[in-house]
Design a protein. Sequence first.
Length: 250
Amino acid sequence: MKDIAYHTNYRLEDNYWWFLARRQIVRDLIERNIPISESEYVIDIGCGTCGMAKFLSEKFNVIALDKSELAAEYCKKRGIKDVYLTELADFPNEKYKIKVATILDVIEHIEDDKNIARQLFDFLPDGSWLVASVPAYQFLWSYHDEVHKHYRRYTKAKIVNLLKSSGFTIKYSSYFNTLLFPIALLKRFIDIITQVDKKNEYAIEVVPNFVNKLFTKIFASESKLMKFMRFPFGLSIIVIAKKDINLKTN
């Protein structure tokens, strides 16, 4: 990402509706679907400025991993103890009992997504889990994607097939950020016509406080709905996958 994206994310992660609701949904899904013992760890791969890692650390042992020095500096400011500035392949995973890897809105930043999916599978121990999220629908491409240096957006079928082809077993998949989808779609249409989004150097739409609170409640409310249903469309996609234990014998 561009440096301005890191600075903006750090400033907004603790109060902006998208960050607040997304982190609640992710943590709720982990708690509902994956048993994690006190000795096991969650590693947040491509952790950025550690807003998510900090929130997860309230419930789990957390490791933060990123290639950006700026991201690592912000993570340390947030008080994250285990911060690694390294490539995934160089991480000393023998030091930790990793149960879950999160890779949230990261895969779209990587040109060769097949390679990173395979790296994730090879990296994780047997019986561990992957939680991945990506932005949805190429037709929603905007200046936000350009500033954050995205290569693509996904459909649910595309990200599910990517992970399955790398060896993962899919346990859960759904679109989310669905309830605000009509508003976002209308805004994208207006932005295309007016090009107004390109005038926003931060690529995050600042909204009035009452709108921010309203959007937080609406988006976060999806967590309860996701107990009972999978959303058929949305602005993002989340997948929970497992690296099953290798049962092969000699």
